[in-house]
Structures are given as C-alpha cells and as structure tokens.
Design a protein. Sequence first.
Lengths: 228, 300
Amino acid sequence: MIRLDAVVKRYPDGHEALSGVSLDIEAGEMVFVTGHSGAGKSTLLKLMAGIERPSSGAVLLNGQNLRQLSNTALARLRQNIGLVFQDHRLLFDRNVWQNVASPLTLAGSYGDDMKRRVGAALEKVGLSDKALANPVTLSGGEQQRVCIARAIVNRPRLVLADEPTGGLDPHYARIILDIFRSFHQAGVTLVIASHDEVALSHYATRILHLEDGRLGGDSETNSAEFAT
Amino acid sequence: MMSWFIQHGRALRNALTRLSRSPVGSLLAILVIGATLCLPVGLYHAINEAGTLGRSVLHEPHITIFMAQDADLITVRSTWDSLQAQRGVQSVRYISSEEALAEMKAAPGLAEALSVLDKNPLPHTFVVTAKSADPNQLEALRQEFSGWAKVERVQLDSEWAHRLAALLVFGQHLVMGVALVMGLALWAVIVNTVRLQILSARDELEVSHLMGATRTTIRRPFLYFGFLQGLLGAAAALGLATLGIHLLNGLLTDLTPLFGLDFHLQPFALKELLLCEAITGILGWIAAYVSVTAYLPRSR
Ligand SMILES: Nc1ncnc2c1ncn2[C@@H]1O[C@H](COP(=O)(O)OP(=O)(O)OP(=O)(O)O)[C@@H](O)[C@H]1O
Ligand SMILES: [Mg+2]
C-alpha cells in the first residue's frame, strides 16, 4: 500500500531530515515508527500523506507515485487519509463539533449522515459532552482526542498518526490505541509515530526505528497477540 | 448534483460568515464601492433620461420663420400660400405679431416692460412643421425660406436638439471613462478585502489543505465573498444614486418651468437595477478570483 524508494528529504534550509529511506507497508498493517526527537518521524508521515515532497526518491501510495499526481489529485487522495497531527491543528474559531466535521464537508457529507458520524467519532474518544465547546478551552489531551476524532470521522482506509498518545494519560492512551487496533482489525492500514513504551510493547506488530533520518531497524513483533 | 448544491451552499454560507464576522470593515468596504460607483451609475442614468427628452424634441422638426417688421399683410398672406404649396411641409401655424404680443403680456413681469413701448416690436411668425426630421432636408427648407421676400430670419428649432444629441454622445463617453476609472477602484477594493480575508484565514486554509481540500474548494468561498461585496456595493451605489435623483428632481421642479419644460428624472428601471447588480457582481467575482490566485498560498 505504501512504498518508499530511497527517499531523501532535504528541507529548504538544507537540513536533511531523511537520508535514503526505503520501506514497504502492506495494506492492513499497523506499523509504529519510533526514534529519537528529530529522527524524522513526522517528516516520514508527511511524505506519506503527500504534504511534503521528497527531494529525491519516490513515495508510492497504492502503486501511484505521488510526484506524478496533480495538486488536485493529491488533495483528493488526502481526503481519504486520516491524519493526526503532532501539533493538533485545530481551528479555534469554531467549536469541537465543527472541527471534527471538517473532513466530512470536503467529502460532501451533510445532514443526518454527518451528525451521526461526528457523534460516533466524538463518542469514541469520550468527548460527546464537549461537542459545543471551543477547542481553546480544552486541555491538551482533550485537544489531541478531538484531533483523533477528526482523523477517523471519515472512516479512512489509511490513518497516519503523529504522536497520537503524546499528551494523554495511560487511561486515554489505551482507549485511543484500542480504537486504532479495532481499525486495524477492520482492515485499515495505520502508521503511527510514537515514543510511547506501552504502545510499542503492547500494541505494535511492526516497529520501524528511525535514527538521524535513516532506517535503523524494522522489526516484527507479536506483542499484539498478547495485548489485552 | 445534490453535492454541487451543497458545496456551493457551504461556500456561500462561509462567505456570509466572513462578511458578518467583521461587520464594520465589510460595511466600510461596501460603502466605498457604493460611493465610487454611484457617480457613473447616476450620470449614466441622467444622460439616458436627457437622451429620451432630446429624442422626443428631435421627432418634432419645427422651422420658425420671422417676417420682417415692415412686411405687410399681403406679403404675409402670400407667404402663407407659398408655405401651403411647399413640398416637405407638414403643417403651418401662423402667429400674428398681435397674438405674440398678447402672449407675452400674459407672462407676469413682462407686461409693464412691454407697455412702455409705443410700437409692437414683435414680427409676424410662422411655425412650420416639416414632414421629415432629416437634418439635410430641414436645412434645404431653411435655405429656401430664407430666400423669400420679407423673411427676416429662419430658425431651425431642432438645432439645439442636435446640439443636445452631440452633447449626449460626449456625455456617454465621459460616463464610460468615469465608469472605467471607478471600476478600477472597485477592483482594487475587492482585491484588497479578499487579500485581507485570505491573510486572516491562514490557519483555516492550511488545515483545509492538509485535510485534502482542492484549490477549487478553497477558492470558492472567496469568490462568493467578492461576488457578494459587488452585489451589496452596487445596491449601495443604486441607493445613493436614487437619493441623488430625488434631490435633483426637487431642484428641477423649481428650475424647469423657467425654460418652459416639464422634465423630471425617472427612478431606475428594473432592467437598469439588474444590469448594474449583474455587472458589479461579476466584476467582484473576477476581482476575487484574481486576488485568490495571487494570494492563496501555493501548495508545496
Ligand atoms: N519545515 C522544516 N524546515 C526545516 N527543518 C525541519 C522542518 N521540519 C522538520 N525539520 C527538521 O528535520 C528534522 C526531523 O524533524 P521531524 O519533525 O521529522 O522529527 P521527529 O522525529 O518528528 O521529532 P519529534 O519526536 O521531536 O517530533 C529535525 O531536525 C527538524 O529540525
Ligand atoms: Mg515529530
């Protein structure tokens, strides 16, 4: 489903965030990306989402080279990816409900269908009672959960989550990871950047280890089988 | 199809939200557009109205023949006969010097002035209505009449109407020039307000982009924004111009009787209103398009 071929990402200031990363992720896999701060995890996810373009090498999604897609085609492709951003990216000029609904407005959903989906997504992350709140009034962890609700509301086939449990206490981290695992069991492909030891030891089936922009390890585990 | 309506409905609602979010700024922008446009719109209307008046005068080709003071009644009689026999003449009206004097004495103020004269200074007069309004034929008639005995002066009454027509053509060019300059000002106002909207919506645009909004989708609310500003600006302009017409009519009521005219500016016709709204709306849309193209952040 996702293929990176000798991908190099150099930012305009000359810093090389990724130096020749090649990897393959099959449809339906749940992959964790780990590595020290600045290792290039966020950069990797942004490349997969077509938000950043590689300086050299190729990123292929469903066999399509993202470089060859027009901006419009790239945008449409992104409509079907659930994105969780490290910095939330919530809009503070509208309430939680409207933030969560925003991917649906792009997908052309409306009315009862929209209400049902947003309601379900908010319930999953335990924020039904905050639907009308402004995200600015929420705690960091709550904002993160809004961001996750927004990423899953459109039932995407691919979820790219950047530190989804970063600001969460163990209780909610577990709820979020359980949601992701249920997605995985339903056949959704997930790539999750994370430092979270619990997440890695209890939920990961495959871990990509990044080190200074290089792929230092790619290990299959079977911890998911034992997780409760 | 349904989704097309929904997409546009959302864009429109988004644009309305943008307008209402900064009511003072929006109102000022609309007033600026209205004030800029009201001059060409009002001028255009006034010139059209004057044109209608001018044409109605043009359609009655009159030639006035003033006889010499010493013309006797026999000459006048034979002139009358000649006029009746003249080709190209529709009808003739004779105003004797006595009738003319009586008419003048009826006008207040003039009676005393005329009473000091011991002799009637007014000539016998014929008012000839020609069959054709063609300036060349009228001129030919004028030449013909001028050559007749005891004819002092021949005046083409449509001459001033022709001058008016020429003046109107000039006026129309003037309006086009003014409209062009004002259109440019309107353009600048809308380009700038849309630019400010884009700047203030940076975060929203960035998130929309990340969520997979196409450029078309992102652009659409701003186009509606420009379109709405155009429409509301035009409405303001028409409102101001209507007020102007009303005030001008007040002045004309006092003024026109002095010229023996009954001339008032009509209010805007529905066709004019719609045309003005449509042109300005489309102009606003295009200005917004240009602004969005220039200022919307390019995707990487
Ligand atoms: N837009 C940018 N412009 C320039 N340099 C950047 C940009 N984004 C990231 N970098 C740099 O690229 C490197 C990798 O950044 P990245 O955000 O991918 O790291 P990360 O693994 O996600 O780190 P963290 O765990 O702290 O989130 C860092 O050195 C960072 O400073
Ligand atoms: Mg990061």
